[in-house]
Design a protein around this ligand. Structure first.
Ligand code: S3P
Length: 184
């Protein structure tokens, strides 16, 4: 199975996928800073385009419409190089999306334990899928359902408690995928 492509494009994008609360935004911003790339968040781009929050899109237009917008964002809604792209947690969890994301650049999937995820997502109520009486059970169940998609979406890494360790690790993967020196 192909994970991260060994690409020949100049400054290929890095895509960060993984469950809500795995740290895609904070890690992505640090990566962008380290590489001098632009940071893009798929949720923010969709919110700008609709002039509506993700929460309101789910409530008024519905989840399937949001998933369509995520696909459009991936297909044509962002620059194709020089960016670190944080993908909403469910973006890759549709048929064809893991392949689409992998075809666009170097694709990384972050994994964190459900308890750590709960701690991070509890800080706000922006995530409609987790605004429920038992969010830990929802997290575990959604993670099980999504595992097959995440595993097809790129190089899987476990996040470290220290963000800078995760950032360094992703930079190594990126260097390996993009440098001629390391190609076989
Ligand atoms: C979702 C994750 C969210 C956002 C939306 C749905 C999901 O993004 O796209 O609430 O289905 O996992 P983050 O992963 O950035 O929180």
């Amino acid at each position: 199975m192909q994970t991260s492509p060994r690409t020949t494009k100049a400054k290929p994008n890095i895509y960060l996928s993984g469950f809500m609360g795995t740290g895609k935004t904070s890690i992505g911003k640090r990566l962008a800073q380290a590489l001098g790339y632009r940071f893009i968040d798929s949720d923010e781009e969709i919110e700008k385009r609709c002039a509506m929050s993700v929460k309101d899109i789910f409530a008024t237009l519905g989840e399937p419409k949001f998933r369509e917008m995520e696909r459009e964002f991936m297909e044509s809604g962002h620059p194709d190089s020089g960016c670190v792209v944080s993908c909403g947690g469910g973006l890759v969890c549709r048929d064809g999306m893991p392949e689409l994301v992998r075809s666009k650049g170097v694709s990384i999937v972050l994994f964190s334990p459900p308890e750590a995820i709960l701690e991070r997502v509890q800080k706000n109520d922006k995530r409609p899928l987790l605004n429920q009486p038992n969010p830990l059970e929802t997290i575990k169940s959604l993670m099980r359902q999504r595992q097959q998609f995440y595993m097809k979406s790129g190089t899987a890494i476990a996040t470290s408690p220290e963000i800078s360790d995760t950032v360094k690790h992703i930079l190594r993967i990126y260097k390996h995928a993009t440098s001629k020196k390391f190609r076989r």
